[in-house]
Every structure is written in C-alpha cells, then in structure tokens.
Design a protein around this ligand. Sequence first.
Ligand SMILES: CC(C)(COP(=O)(O)OP(=O)(O)OC[C@H]1O[C@@H](n2cnc3c(N)ncnc32)[C@H](O)[C@@H]1OP(=O)(O)O)[C@@H](O)C(=O)NCCC(=O)NCCS
Length: 168
Amino acid sequence: MNIRSETISDYPAITEVNILAFGQDNEAKLIEEIRHSDRYIPELSLVAEVEGLVVAHILLSYIDLVGKETFQVLGLAPMAVHPRFQRQGIGSALVQVGLEIANIRGEAIIIVLGHPQFYNRFGFEPSVNYKIESPFSVPEEFFMVKPLQSYQEMHKGKVIYPPAFEMV
Ligand SMILES: CC(C)(COP(=O)(O)OP(=O)(O)OC[C@H]1O[C@@H](n2cnc3c(N)ncnc32)[C@H](O)[C@@H]1OP(=O)(O)O)[C@@H](O)C(=O)NCCC(=O)NCCS
C-alpha cells in the first residue's frame, strides 16, 4: 500500500470510492466543493493505492472554531475505503499519515464526527473534554477532537462548518 496526496488524475477514482463506501454521491460532491474553496489543503487530501489503484481517500480541510477568537482548524471529512478493502488497516493508515502531516504543518487540532470505536485508537476524545462545542445534535462521544503538538487552551468554542457540509 502507498499513501500520497491526491493529484488531478485521482479525482474520478476518489469519486468512485466515496460513492461505493457511502452508497450515495453526497460525500463525493462535498469533496469537489471543498476543492473549489479556500478551505482546501491539497497535501491533506490523501489517497491509499494498492497495486497502483486508489482504494481509499481521506480529506482534512479547514473549518472554523469560534470562541473569543476564531481559528481555522482541521475537519476530517469525508473518509472512505472501498468496501472490498475495508477492515484491512487501510483507513487507520490514512488517519495516521493525516495526523503526521497535520502535526508537521503546525495545525492545532483535528475535529471529526464519526465512530468512536474507530477514532479513539488515534487519541481522538469527545470534544466536550476540550470545551469545544459541536454544531450537531449527536451524542457527545461521536463528536471528537485530536489535539496536536501546536494545540493550546485558547483553541475552544463552537465549531462552524462551511455551508458545503450541509449536503452530507
Ligand atoms: C470507517 C472506515 C473509513 C474504516 O476504514 P477501514 O480501512 O475499514 O478501517 P481499519 O481496517 O483501519 O480499522 C478497522 C476498524 O474500524 C472500525 N470500523 C470499520 N468500519 C466500521 C463501521 N462501519 N462501523 C463501526 N466501526 C467500524 C472497527 O473498529 C474496525 O476494527 P475491527 O476490524 O478490529 O473491528 C471504512 O470502513 C469506510 O469507508 N466505511 C464506510 C464509509 C464511512 O462510514 N466513512 C465515515 C468514517 S467516520
């Protein structure tokens, strides 16, 4: 398996993997919207290849954390592994590489809405532990954060997603 940042020629395969993983095209459309926005970070749109084929994708892009100050922080979404390649460690490997790149970039914190069974292993914790408020009415354990080396206590407040996320 090889993990690298996306290139333009990966776009169709990324669309397909997302449609197959989610059973709908909303996430694939969200990725396209983000790519066209100022929230897109090319090096944090990562693909996993097996034998030269893209089988998984993860996107980290900027969202807002609004407290006394507003910070741009990383939102992890969407993330998709081709159904035939799930539960083989590929999703975990993508998250690990995403965390490493985010740390090297000096990002403060990563925010995700997802399955705690999957994200807890990387050190994600309920956002309430860090005084970070979810914009979604979901149980606390599903809205998680992973503070990075540059995290400071001032990184707290309410999370605001760009309008493009309303489609998922
Ligand atoms: C969730 C997903 C990204 C995980 O990627 P993956 O490569 O299958 O995950 P890994 O093999 O690295 O890790 C497997 C672990 O993830 C968790 N996991 C995987 N799929 C899960 C699911 N649908 N529900 C809950 N937990 C899940 C399990 O804890 C599993 O551990 P186990 O095999 O020991 O039980 C992938 O299964 C997927 O694309 N699912 C459909 C799309 C989706 O739901 N994306 C949103 C992610 S929040």
